[in-house]
Write a protein that binds this ligand. Structure first.
Ligand code: HEM
Length: 531
């Protein structure tokens, strides 16, 4: 039978064969051998066993058996798209980063939005922080701005990240809850980690139930540096402002959406782009100098704090347009490897201890997740500018050095491969460092409540109501009373009315005393003498 340009044939057993004809390509094995029959394995007789010599069958099953790779240890569920960044003006005054030199220039990029705590198969509209990771394929290498849709973070030092994530993800014995819905371990950790209070207010706000990825802001969170051609350093905070506006759903909508369509956010982005309604964000910078940093009432290296826009206005410098869906989810969205360490000349790190730890973590985890030191050879990760280095071999290497030399210095002249370039190459900002080695708990990071209060008071009455409701809903799922009380004790340092609303909502018999702001980490536990 021929239907359109497809030909169907009935096999001897009544099965349907679809055969190549016209423009329809011939099915092949991995090495290109044309396949005659993809329905029936090779057997010894009509009712006999399958033969090991059936190479096509073995290759097909072998490959299928190994399709899964580990999901990301965090941000496992995500959705990506291609697009471009367009500069509005030259930023040569503050950075020599090539991407920011010329007005109206376009640079290709890839974005992956994600939830943090849920596994790869979890629901899109869970109450959770959203990842907002952008890979710019610049002419001087890939620059990854690996941010979130919340401008602050839970912890100040990367050494606590495994604990935060263990507490936020499924509990080790029961393996539930899967997403960041309320549970004892999560709130236990938060209530014992006062530095997370600003973030706690943000995550109980409507920001963590966005209407879709298209209606979210994005933030680089940390303070970074920009360095201009004269070597002058400025501090910078990165912001993404959605042209679509900022919108969230209400909690009862989120719960229904998660049941009715767990793919709600990915479907929204896919459909918008496929129908030509390309989402856009503007990139904004808060630029400030050492003098501002010294005078600012918080430490600019503390990732649990924002710099209010009233104090440092945002300079809008360009726009990002997402205009192309992926051709293959696994090859692109799943295998993309963002790294905070991927920066380009003209941009540099600061000593934010969370950022410094992230720089180690991403490279490390991606070896485990992608299985080879050569994951940057994958098309979605490879730079789009020329690149030359002497790294070689390893699993799946297909960009090995060409020619005679794979080392330097060498005396092979022009045939000896690439050489370092002090003029165009990346150079770290020569910041002066001093002081004794030690594990410090910085005094300048110690105020955990003022910005939480500032955030709460900046919300409308309706939004404040949502925050109170969210705390009551989430904490009412916590079984251990002491954890509920500890959270209300923190809220007393944020806003007395909010604390009272939550305390009443949780039907606490007596209100706890406010947490001791001067002694932030109080577990009340002493190590056992047996240890
Ligand atoms: C993944 C953001 C803190 C470790 C991600 C992703 C985002 C992100 C957006 C998903 C990337 C993707 O789509 O592939 C952030 C932000 C942080 C933060 C904004 C704080 C400001 C940390 C810290 C660590 C960490 C402190 C560890 C010390 C990881 C790891 C992954 C990840 C291991 C998985 C990467 C992969 O498998 O490719 N993070 N993160 N993150 N993050 Fe973070």
């Amino acid at each position: 039978v021929t239907l359109g340009d497809q030909t169907f044939q009935r096999g001897a057993g009544g099965e349907t064969h679809q055969t190549a004809s016209g423009d329809i390509e011939t099915l092949t094995t991995q090495v290109g051998t044309p396949v005659a029959d993809d329905q029936n394995s090779l057997r010894g007789g009509q009712r006999g066993p399958t033969l090991v010599e059936d190479q096509h069958f073995r290759e097909k099953i072998f490959h299928f058996d190994h399709e899964r790779i580990p999901e990301r240890v965090v941000h496992a569920r995500g959705f990506g798209a291609h697009g471009y960044f367009e500069t509005y003006e030259s930023l040569a005054d503050i950075t020599r980063a090539d991407i920011f030199q010329r007005p109206d220039e376009k640079t290709e990029l890839f974005v992956r939005f994600s939830t943090v705590a849920g596994n790869k198969g979890s629901a899109d509209v869970a109450r959770d922080v959203r990842g907002f990771a952008v890979k710019f394929y610049t002419r001087q290498g890939n620059w990854d701005l690996v941010g979130n849709n919340i401008p602050v973070f839970f912890i100040q030092d990367a050494i606590k990240f495994p604990d935060l994530i263990h507490a936020a993800k499924a509990e080790p014995d029961s393996d539930f809850p899967q997403a960041q819905t309320a549970h004892d371990n999560f709130w236990d950790f938060i209530s014992l980690t006062p530095e997370s209070m600003n973030m706690a207010l943000w995550i109980m706000s409507d920001r963590t139930i966005p209407r879709s990825f298209r209606f979210m802001e994005g933030f680089g969170v940390h303070t970074f540096r920009m360095i201009n051609a004269e070597g002058k350093s400025s501090f910078v905070k990165f912001h993404w402002k959605p042209k679509q506006g900022l919108q969230s759903v209400a909690w009862n909508e989120a719960v229904k959406l998660n049941g009715a369509d767990p793919d709600f956010h990915r479907r929204d982005l896919w459909t918008a782009i496929k129908s030509g309604d390309f989402p856009e964000w503007e990139l904004g910078l808060q630029v400030f100098d050492e003098k501002f940093a010294d005078e600012f009432e918080f430490d600019v290296l503390d990732p649990t704090k924002i710099i209010p826009e009233e104090q440092v206005p945002i300079r809008i410098v360009g726009r990002m347009v997402l205009d192309r869906c992926v051709d293959n989810f696994f090859a692109e969205t799943e295998q993309v490897a963002f790294q905070t360490g991927n920066i380009v000349p003209g941009i540099d790190f600061t000593n934010d201890p969370l950022l410094q730890g992230r720089n180690f973590s991403y490279l490390d985890t991606q070896l485990s997740r992608l299985g080879s030191t050569n994951f940057n050879h994958l098309p979605v990760n490879a730079p789009r500018c020329p690149f030359h280095h002497f790294q070689q071999d390893g699993h799946m290497a297909f960009h090995n050095p060409k020619g005679r030399a794979n080392y330097e210095p060498n005396s092979w002249g022009a045939e000896g491969g690439p050489r370092e370039n002090p003029e165009t190459g990346f150079a770290s900002h020569p910041e002066e460092l001093e002081g004794p080695k030690g594990r410090y708990r910085s005094e300048t990071f110690a105020d955990h409540y003022s910005q939480a209060r500032q955030f709460y008071l900046s919300q409308t009455e309706v939004e404040q109501g949502h925050i109170g409701d969210a705390f009551i809903f989430e904490l009412s799922k916590v079984e251990k009373l002491a954890i509920r009380e500890r959270m209300v004790a923190h809220l007393l340092n944020v806003d007395a009315d909010l604390a009272e609303t939550v305390g009443k909502g949780l039907r606490l018999k007596t209100m706890p005393k406010a947490a001791d702001a001067a002694r932030p980490t109080v577990t009340g536990l002493k190590p056992s003498p047996k240890l």
